[in-house]
Design a protein around this ligand. Sequence first.
Ligand code: MN
Length: 267
Amino acid sequence: MTGLKRLIFLTNDDGIDAPGLEALRRQMLAETDWRVLVVAPDRERSGAGHSVSLRQPVYVSEREGDGMRGRAWAVAGTPADCVKVGLAALTDRRPDLVVSGINRGANLGTDVFYSGTVAAAVQGAILGIPSLAVSLNAHEGADFRLAARVAVRLAELVLYRGLPPGTMLNVNVPDGLPVPVPGFALTRLGSGFWLNQVQERVDAGGRSYYWLASNPAAVANEPGTDHLAMAEGKVSITPIHFDLTHPPSLDLLGAWDIPAALGRGGF
Ligand code: MN
């Protein structure tokens, strides 16, 4: 690898034309000598989670890029598709890092199960590449510049230090942070979730349909959580592993003696 510039694989779930991705790409090109390969959905795929496109073709089309510093591909697929297809077919080199973002809107607590931003980084981790997901806790009029600077610094640190196998970092940046930044918090996922409010409407044909409404999260700002870090105006960094096993429950269920209990069922 001597002499080769670092190769960063950049993706997102807001779509290839999203300002958060462009802000991050520009910041990487401005501050580093990295090659930046963009492989991102051709349209917004927020909420796609870790879905993949099966039994349908995944088309890719090249976008005008910056020439020498890396190519850009729009993918008619999900964020996880982008990482799978991108790594398999759109680069001869294994990237040094996968970065997903910058997402418009935070991805905290149980959001990680719905987030295409996080899923793309988890997919990178599954494929053995250190990965980051970066989200900004802002919606309208989001200014991604400071979050992009933070992301590039953290990417440099991860390239230097590496991450444990199968692990990615879920990074959330509060909106409107002052400089100097109030702090960086190493966190765990909080247990807050979006209130499950579904609005029923009726279409022109008289048929009911539903909007999954975006209502404020039911958040308990417990110590050490990503939610609390946001509430305190700190950048939140949560290490996530794709192994979702819950070890305390393994102990608990061990006491059930499931093999014996099911064995008595006669099958
Ligand atoms: Mn999104």
